[in-house]
Design a protein around this ligand. Structure first.
Ligand SMILES: Nc1ncnc2c1ncn2[C@@H]1O[C@H](COP(=O)(O)OP(=O)(O)OP(=O)(O)O)[C@@H](O)[C@H]1O
Ligand SMILES: [Mg+2]
Length: 247
């Protein structure tokens, strides 16, 4: 079967540092892949190269069989590649719904109709409500973003990244910095995402990582040291040494 996303011999060099070093991986449609590895392993850099934020030094990125290595980030988004929307791009003085509607319009061909009020787009509110319900924020729709809790902002980030209807979604530590209960909530939301979305997620919390993943890719110093099932990760001596600091 054609992988949803394939990374072939990808490298990213910063000066003398090989942050990503000859990485090859393939993620099947509908799969949930979690990337783990110590700080500085190259996980985020790999994501940037997949999403098109960074140009790799070598190698290819293939989306559903099509080489997208040469495409800029927005063209990758248009082809179904989604990623966590950084909350810094959100207008904190607008409401949850307004931010979401802006994100949805960003992917709508009709956005080029200038000077048209947002209310003029049919179905936008309804679509927004469905999207917010998916991330547990429906009753916060009209709250101004600056009054959201940290956990709720993460839920909004997830809704924004889903607004483009991605086929492949890249999530970089969505649970980082959250309290245990917020973390659990976000984990459940991610877990409930449709299997129509192929998910690749970076996660430091090993319990969350292994509970969510169909397969896990372990990176260390830019290289893949294991690509396997959660059970294989739990029992692999090299991973235990590198990742857990013990055998
Ligand atoms: N723009 C950059 N310029 C130079 N070096 C960089 C740049 N971005 C990342 N690096 C370096 O590349 C290496 C990999 O960084 P990266 O952020 O990809 O790691 P990571 O696995 O995401 O780590 P963490 O778990 O801490 O988020 C690190 O040594 C980092 O300092
Ligand atoms: Mg990182």
């Amino acid at each position: 079967m054609t992988p949803a996303i394939a990374v072939e011999r990808l490298s990213k060099v910063f000066g003398g540092l090989r942050a990503v070093d000859d990485v090859t991986l393939a993620v099947a449609p509908g799969e949930r892949r979690v990337l783990i590895g110590p700080n500085g392993a190259g996980k985020t850099t790999l994501f940037h190269c997949i999403a098109g934020t960074l140009q790799p030094s070598g190698g290819r990125v293939v989306l559903f069989g099509a080489d997208i290595s040469g495409l800029p980030e927005n063209r990758r988004t248009a082809r179904g590649m989604g990623r966590t929307f950084q909350i810094s791009n959100v207008c904190v003085d607008l409401t949850v719904m307004e931010n979401l509607q802006l994100a949805m319009l960003g992917n709508d061909a009709r956005k080029w109709t200038m000077h048209r009020p947002m209310s003029g787009f049919t179905g936008l509110r309804e679509r927004g409500e469905i999207a917010l319900a998916r991330v547990g924020l429906r009753d916060r729709a009209d709250e101004t973003v600056k009054f959201l809790s940290y956990g709720e902002r993460r839920q909004l980030e997830l809704a924004l990244s889903l607004a483009s209807d991605p086929k492949v979604l890249l999530l970089d530590e969505p649970c980082a910095g959250l309290s245990p209960s917020e973390r659990q909530r976000l984990f459940q939301l991610v877990k409930q995402l449709s299997r129509d979305i192929t998910l690749i997620m970076i996660e430091h919390d090993i319990d969350i990582a292994l509970a969510l993943a169909d397969r896990v890719t372990v990176l260390h110093r830019g290289k893949v040291i294991l690509d396997g099932t959660p059970d294989e990760v739990r029992t692999n001596p090299e991973v235990r040494e590198v990742y857990f600091g013990r055998v």
